[in-house]
Design a protein around this ligand. Sequence first.
Ligand SMILES: Cc1cc2nc3c(=O)[nH]c(=O)nc-3n(C[C@H](O)[C@H](O)[C@H](O)COP(=O)(O)O)c2cc1C
Length: 187
Amino acid sequence: MRKESVLPKMAYRLLNPGCVVLVSAGDGERDGLFALTWNMPVRKSPGTVALLSGKRHYTYGIIERTRELGISVPDASIVDAVYGCGSTTGHRGVDKWERFGLTRQQAEKTRVPLVEQAVATLECRVEQVVDMGPSALIIAEIVAARAAPEHFDADGAWCFDHGLQLIHHLGGAAFGVTDRVVRAKAR
Ligand SMILES: Cc1cc2nc3c(=O)[nH]c(=O)nc-3n(C[C@H](O)[C@H](O)[C@H](O)COP(=O)(O)O)c2cc1C
């Protein structure tokens, strides 16, 4: 999907809806990819995100070594691939890209593989890791962001006029959808 650069000060808005995302990492030889629900922006400028990852995830091992990660925002058209990426592990030698019909897209500023089919992508460098026992709370700075211009406008707003359906994990194989905007009246 064609994407254009997003202004750094608007990049955090890509994660404002709280969608499930695909997190990726690569070291030039190996790469990994997994579904992640627990993510949020934590600073506007420089744009910074927080993600909670299991420390045993294959992809987390690569993030730990490279200190880089990619975030790809999927829409409902690839919900099966998202669920698949969250239900299989790279530890067993599976190439999830191939298995779930996803295409690697080259990053601009990092070595992370991004998901071509995603509606938006972010490249991040790890700033801090907070040890949470079996999980790690990763704080990472956004160093590049791109989005499909028909779905995310230059003012930094998601747009649902062209059939976009962002997805949210409800549990198990169930996902909810965001597909319209309601505007509050100023009082
Ligand atoms: C929809 C969905 C959301 C998930 N969200 C998270 C999450 O927020 N954090 C996490 O650590 N794992 C999450 N998982 C689990 C990982 O995606 C899963 O363990 C994955 O197989 C790890 O892949 P890897 O070992 O190849 O890195 C989620 C799984 C699914 C299906």
